[in-house]
Design a protein around this ligand. Structure first.
Ligand SMILES: Cc1cc2nc3c(=O)[nH]c(=O)nc-3n(C[C@H](O)[C@H](O)[C@H](O)COP(=O)(O)OP(=O)(O)OC[C@H]3O[C@@H](n4cnc5c(N)ncnc54)[C@H](O)[C@@H]3O)c2cc1C
Length: 449
């Protein structure tokens, strides 16, 4: 029985582990025979909804082979098996003086999942998405062929990046790295009083990484009050003498694991208290070093934190609106605040331009991410209002987070969906690759003109 990270919509599938080396050796024998419900690749299940599950069908995990990570120091590139986690990668790369080109808010995702969702990080406005930094992918397609793709392959390349595992199973990939002098980041933390000040500050920001935590319970003059963190990889000169003794040390801590079966402890009162403390504990304006874990992956210090929402789970709702729709973003925040739906994780970020991938989510503008308990009353009312605002502004929703949108919403948000479907069909005419999300959103269905 599988779910995504939000723990909603479970479905039972046959989970099959494939050995990466075996797939490379005999790709034609690797794919299980379709028993009528197809197959979908799965990484570490950190997408929030149902893209990595396939009720009644097969769910394929490609396990790292014997030498899963191959670093080319001179070229500043790495070739990694698709099942390698960012946790494993960083433990090799950071001590060697490199960082992944893009990281999400957790290091417990795989290379395959990063490409299939075309993930973005705090540096999207400077560096673009993960797919932008890939130079080669091996893809096992539905006909059992292992294809080597590069950006020169055009359509199939760009349909695979952000393609949610529906063009085939990524077996390994090569991508560029960021050289680093230290494993610390130099981070500026600023308390920002309201939404207008936040947007102005973020628009003027020229740091490589930036993201704002927003208090979605603050209203009136304090609407959009936030804590903005901007940073760069620290140089050797930025470190203290003690830190300079082992400047590339990387030992991410894991503090506690949330136990199974607990109730939803993220009540409105708890979230209000959390938000107040979070805002107050941030310094007004401070610059200092932070570890990679503290800056990029703070949630990883609490294992299985998704259980905090209780058995019903939670939705993560993430959308983007274009640059000139800042007012829509303000209205969206007002609606969430007025609905009273508690969100202890709410993040605002500025995106740079989109890439050519047809289903890639990021596009020039502003993106907001919020968590809502799935059992919250009248949740559908709030989400429908937000959907209308987002689509009305020419925006869209992130498929890796989605557990709620409909076929018409995805069609409106992704104008190149029909193009993507045609490319997908050219390599998988019978729909071997399919997920619960693909069924829910009609991603395999032919578009009618
Ligand atoms: C705490 C947290 C923070 C996050 N922060 C961010 C963020 O800042 N930015 C961001 O972009 N995302 C973020 N995410 C989402 C996450 O990065 C993506 O959902 C990512 O795809 C998860 O990778 P995974 O290996 O767990 O893949 P899964 O969730 O297992 O699968 C996701 C998709 O990838 C496909 N897939 C997986 N492996 C392969 C493969 N080998 N070949 C082909 N397709 C494959 C699956 O079929 C599925 O469609 C966050 C998630 C969490 C839990």
């Amino acid at each position: 029985m599988l779910t995504g990270w939000g723990r909603t919509a479970p479905s039972a599938g046959r989970v099959i582990d494939l050995d990466g080396d075996a797939v490379r050796g005999a790709p034609h024998e690797a794919l299980p025979i379709d028993e009528g419900r197809g197959a979908i690749p799965r990484g570490l299940g950190r997408s929030y909804g149902d893209p990595a599950q396939n009720g009644g069908g097969s769910v394929l995990r490609v396990l790292p082979g014997r030498s899963p990570i191959s670093l080319d120091r001179n070229a500043a590139t790495v070739t990694a098996d698709a099942g390698v986690s960012f946790d494993d990668l960083l433990r090799v790369l950071v001590p060697a003086g490199f960082f992944v080109p893009v990281t999400p808010g957790t290091r417990f995702i795989t290379v395959g999942g990063a490409i299939a969702s075309d993930i973005h990080g705090k540096n999207h406005h400077v560096d673009g998405t993960f797919g932008h930094h890939c130079t080669r992918i091996s893809l096992l397609t539905a006909d059992g062929e292992l294809r080597t793709l590069t950006p020169a392959d055009g359509d199939l390349w760009w349909a695979t990046i952000g393609g949610m595992g529906l063009t085939g199973l990524i077996v390994d990939a090569t991508f560029d790295l960021i050289p680093i002098e230290t494993s610390q980041c130099l981070v500026r933390t600023q308390r920002i009083a309201n939404f207008d000040a936040l947007v102005d500050t973020m628009a003027a920001d020229d740091q490589r990484y930036s993201v704002a935590w927003v208090d979605l319970l603050a209203s009136g003059a304090a609407l959009g009050r936030s804590v903005l963190t901007c940073g760069e990889h620290a140089r050797l000169d930025d470190l203290s003498a003690k830190q300079r003794r082992d400047p590339l040390a990387f030992a991410p801590p894991s503090l506690i694991d949330v136990p199974r079966g607990g109730p939803n402890v993220l009540s409105r009162a708890a979230v209000r208290a959390f938000n107040e403390v979070w805002y107050r504990k941030a310094r007004r304006d401070h610059v200092g070093p932070e570890s990679i874990t503290g800056f990029f992956h703070p949630l990883d210090m609490v294992g299985a934190w998704n259980r905090l929402y209780g058995g019903a789970g939670f939705l993560q709702y993430q959308f983007v609106v274009p640059d000139d729709e800042v007012d829509t973003m303000r209205v969206a925040i007002e609606r969430v605040v007025a609905s009273g739906h508690a969100s202890f994780l709410a993040v605002l970020k500025r995106f740079g331009p989109a890439n050519p991938a047809m289903l890639s989510f990021p596009t020039s503008g502003w993106t907001l991410t919020l968590d809502v308990p799935a059992a919250a009353s009248d949740l559908h009312v709030l989400l429908s209002e937000l959907d209308e605002l987002v689509l009305g502004a020419g925006g869209r929703h992130y498929l890796a987070k989605d557990a709620h949108i409909t076929p018409s919403i995805v069609r409106a948000g992704y104008p190149r969906l029909a193009e993507w479907k045609a490319v997908r069909r050219s390599v998988d005419p019978h729909g071997y690759w399919i997920s619960d999300q693909a069924r829910r959103l009609g991603l395999l269905e032919e578009e009618v003109a």
